[in-house]
Design a protein around this ligand. Structure first.
Ligand code: FES
Length: 161
C-alpha cells in the first residue's frame, strides 16, 4: 500500500478526493484536472476515487474509467517508491532491451507491471526517453541510465535499496 494511503486511511483519502473534486467542480473540462489532482496526491487512481468522481460530475463510470485508462500518465494501481521504466523503442531494443529487462526482473524477483512486496520498485516499459545515443537506457523515477549492460543492473539498483 502506498505510503500516503497508509497514513491517511480510507476516510482521509475520501476527504482529500472530495476536496480535489470541489476545487474543480463546475469548471468546464473538470474531469482531467480532478484525475490529475488525485494522481498527484496518491500516485494512482483507485476504483473508489473514479466512482466518487463519476458521481460528483454526473458522468457515467465508463466515461471516467475510459479517460483514466486512455492517458498513460494515470495509474490504476499503486506503484512503488521507485518506478523503473525500461525503454523498449527500436534503438534500445536493438541494443539489448530484452537482456536489460531480464536482468532487472531477476534482480528484483518481479515481472513487468509488478511491484516488489516492500513497495520499493515497480517495473514498466516505456517508449523512447530521448537518449537513444546511449541505448539501451532506463529511467528510475527521473534519473536516466544509459549504455547499460545486464551486469551493471545489480549495482545500479543497489543504490536504491
Ligand atoms: S529508443 Fe531508447 S532512448 Fe530512444
Amino acid at each position: 500500500m502506498a505510503v500516503a494511503e497508509k497514513a491517511l486511511g480510507e476516510a482521509g483519502r475520501r476527504a482529500k478526493v472530495e476536496a480535489i473534486i470541489a476545487a474543480n467542480q463546475g469548471k468546464p473540462g473538470a474531469l482531467l484536472p480532478i484525475l490529475r489532482g488525485i494522481q498527484r496526491e496518491f500516485g494512482y487512481l483507485a476504483e473508489a476515487d473514479l466512482l466518487a468522481v463519476a458521481q460528483a460530475l454526473g458522468l457515467p463510470m465508463s466515461k471516467v474509467y475510459g479517460t483514466a485508462t486512455f492517458y498513460s500518465l494515470f495509474a490504476l494501481k499503486p506503484k512503488g517508491k521507485y518506478v523503473i521504466r525500461v525503454c523498449e523503442s527500436a534503438p534500445c531494443h536493438v541494443e539489448g532491451f530484452p537482456e536489460i529487462l531480464e536482468a532487472i526482473k531477476a534482480e528484483l524477483g518481479i515481472g513487468l507491471g509488478e511491484t516488489t512486496p516492500d513497495w520499493k520498485f515497480s517495473l514498466e516499459t516505456t517508449s523512447c526517453i530521448g537518449v537513444c545515443g546511449v541505448a539501451p537506457a532506463i529511467m528510475i523515477n527521473d534519473e536516466v541510465y544509459g549504455n547499460l549492460t545486464p551486469e551493471a543492473i545489480p549495482q545500479i539498483l543497489a543504490q536504491y535499496k
